[in-house]
Design a protein around this ligand. Structure first.
Ligand code: TPP
Ligand code: SF4
Length: 302
């Protein structure tokens, strides 16, 4: 469990100003606020096309009080690699370079750029805020959309038929120094991980579960609670992986039934009992697979 006290973590850092352009209840600005509080002002953010392009807003009215490079959808890690190289040439080795990008920009269209940066072990931090669809352009499915979910490109009669891509495992397979999952719904755990990222060197990756009320069809005040239910029902395991090898659970997962998590979201409202049972069995199977991996790591370390 986390050793970090939350009142020490959320001082009145104003690196994300009020008046940003997110919908009510969006988790992404909270995640950014927490991350920047941990990283500090000596940070450059590279933001590909996404809701966060809108949330941060155009210069000179940007809600982010750090330099921002808005870039094309597919190019976040490539642009960040260039920013890093330029800063290093100026001797600014301590400036943090982060990429802040949605699941569409990560799981799908930016994957080659991300894989290239990871393979070169570029000295950058990559944050994927995963709201499980292309939200900015109207809730189209991405390869992060969970099986059975409604989106505007997967109507209720034909809901998402593919399982969600295992992005953490894909990034861990690159052998990068640090990869983790987190959510702003557990802020202390999240900030601890950001601090570890800050101290490490090389490519660091974080997969953030980031609820989106319009896309998930939930109340403005329900997103963070749903993210906690996702963790407690093992939909979204909280993990760290070092150098692709050392896998570690960072929070206990009660293994609560998934049904309450699904039933509170309109995007799952059409599911029948058999489909809910299928989702539960997939979660259980993935958890058993994860447990085998964690056990193998423990044995290897002895
Ligand atoms: C090459 C390209 N295709 C499509 C778009 C249009 N576009 C802008 S933002 C966006 C959705 C981004 O989705 P995601 O990365 O999941 O972030 P979110 O909007 O959910 O925050 C799309 C499709 C674009 N800007 N560039
Ligand atoms: S559409 Fe969703 S992800 Fe985008 S700003 Fe609104 S709540 Fe946030």
């Amino acid at each position: 469990m986390s050793q970090v006290r939350i009142d020490q973590l959320i001082p009145e850092g104003k690196l994300l100003a009020s008046g940003h352009l997110a919908c009510p209840g969006c988790a992404a600005p909270l995640a950014m606020k927490l991350a920047l509080n941990a990283l500090g002002p000596n940070t450059v953010a590279v933001i590909p096309a996404s809701c966060f392009t809108i949330i941060s807003g155009p210069w000179p009215q940007s809600s982010l009080q750090v330099p921002v490079f808005h870039t094309a959808f597919a190019t976040g890690p490539a642009v960040a690699s260039g920013v890093r190289a330029a800063l290093d040439m100026q001797g600014k080795h301590d400036t943090n370079v982060i990429v802040w990008v949605g699941d569409g920009g990560t799981f799908d269209i930016g994957l080659q750029s991300l894989s290239g940066a990871a393979e070169r072990n570029e000295n950058i931090m990559y944050f994927c805020y995963d709201n499980e669809a292309y939200m900015n352009t109207g809730i189209q499915r991405s390869s992060a959309t969970p099986w059975g979910a409604w989106t505007t490109t997967t109507p209720a009669q034909f809901p998402e038929a593919s399982p969600k891509k295992d992005m953490l495992a894909i990034m861990a397979a690159h052998g990068i120094p640090y990869a983790a999952t987190a959510t702003p719904a557990y802020p202390a755990d999240f900030i601890e991980k950001v601090m570890k990222m800050k101290q490490a060197r090389g490519t660091r990756f974080m997969h953030l579960l980031s609820p989106c009320p319009p896309g998930w069809k939930c109340g403005d005040d329900e997103g963070l609670e749903l993210a906690r239910l996702a963790v407690q029902s093992r939909v979204f395991p909280m993990l760290e992986v070092e150098y692709g090898q050392r896998w570690r659970l960072t929070m206990d997962h009660a293994g609560d039934p998934v049904e309450p998590y699904l039933r509170r979201q309109g995007r799952f409202r059409h599911l029948n009992a058999e489909q809910v049972t299928h989702i539960q069995s997939e979660i259980d199977a993935r958890w058993a697979q994860l447990q085998r991996r964690l056990d193998a790591e423990t044995l290897a370390a002895v």
